[in-house]
Design a protein around this ligand. Structure first.
Ligand code: G1P
Length: 287
């Protein structure tokens, strides 16, 4: 069954970026000139996904506005004879952008469960926008996963190697047999205590899951950090349904951290046709 729907959990408070995120959702922070959430939506569109489901919270209206028609802006630009090309891709097909409120910060698992009625009885994708993945044109992370899903079915997560000391911040895989870019998942643990991680392969913010995970989330007890963890419900599917990790061929920036965010901005700015060369010259001189 094709993957038609993607869930974007965007209710988080973004406290690591305060005061920038006091009045602006963290997903609206730009990498060069596009907000993080737009890269995430573009990645889903490239993978053939049609319906974008945003699980939001209070103070996140800017995301809804971003994907709407900006009538005054477009009209004013048109009256001045100016281009609105930069807005291309920001207006989603009517009916294909759905916004759901999470109400309480009860964890990623709870956020995903909030989308259960819209997901219904079909497999779906999840994209965490602050995991910023850059692939070759036409071969973004979700596209690579959808291609893998055509072969495997079942459940897929993007699996990525990190230094072992970083594993307590993530969901971590207990890996089985490896076959090219696919790794069998034998177990999953959310935010393992230091020194207890089963590997250095983490769940890197991209998922294709079967709808049964919603039933498990409905009764999932709070786990790491006192939150309802998606990882804990996914772990219960292992052995019942196929479960694989996919190695992403591309770059990953952890834009939930200031360092990753700065690196993403620098890397993409260096490749920008209009300013890249000058920026690199300036950066060399600066350093
Ligand atoms: C979440 C997931 C975790 C995953 C991580 C990726 O954690 O719970 O399994 O590895 O995203 O960034 P969070 O960053 O919300 O603590």
């Amino acid at each position: 069954m094709t993957i038609r729907k993607a869930v974007f959990p965007v209710a988080g408070l973004g406290t690591r970026f305060l005061p920038a995120t006091k009045a602006v959702p963290k997903e609206m922070l730009p990498i060069v000139d596009r907000p993080l959430i737009q890269y995430a939506v573009d990645e889903a569109l490239e993978a053939g996904i049609e319906t974008m489901i945003f699980v939001t919270g209070r103070g996140k209206m800017a995301i809804e506005d971003h994907f709407d028609l900006a009538y005054e802006l477009e009209r004013t630009q048109a009256d001045r004879g100016k281009s609105v090309a930069a807005l291309e891709g920001t207006r989603l097909t009517p009916g294909n952008a759905i916004f759901i409120r999470q109400q309480e910060p009860r964890g990623l698992g709870h956020a995903i469960w909030c989308a259960r009625d819209v997901i219904g009885d079909e497999p779906f994708a999840i994209i965490l926008p602050d995991e910023f993945m850059v692939g070759q044109p036409g071969a973004g992370c979700m596209k690579q996963m959808v291609d893998a899903y055509d072969r495997t079915g079942g459940n897929l997560i993007c699996a990525l190697e990190v230094p072992i000391e970083d594993t307590p911040s993530y969901g971590v895989l207990d890996p089985g047999t490896r076959d090219g870019t696919l790794t069998e998942v034998k177990g999953l643990v959310e935010k393992p205590a230091k020194g207890t991680a089963p590997s250095n392969l983490i769940v890197a913010g991209r998922y294709i899951l079967q709808p049964e995970v919603m039933d498990l989330l409905a009764t999932q007890e709070a786990g790491a950090g006192g939150e309802v963890q998606l990882t804990d419900s996914m772990a219960k599917l292992i052995g019942k349904q196929p479960f694989h990790g996919v190695t992403f061929d591309g770059e990953r920036y952890d834009c939930g951290s200031k360092l990753g965010f700065a690196q993403a901005n620098f890397a993409l700015s260096c490749r920008d046709a209009a300013m890249g060369d000058e920026l690199k010259r300036w950066a060399k001189a600066l350093l």
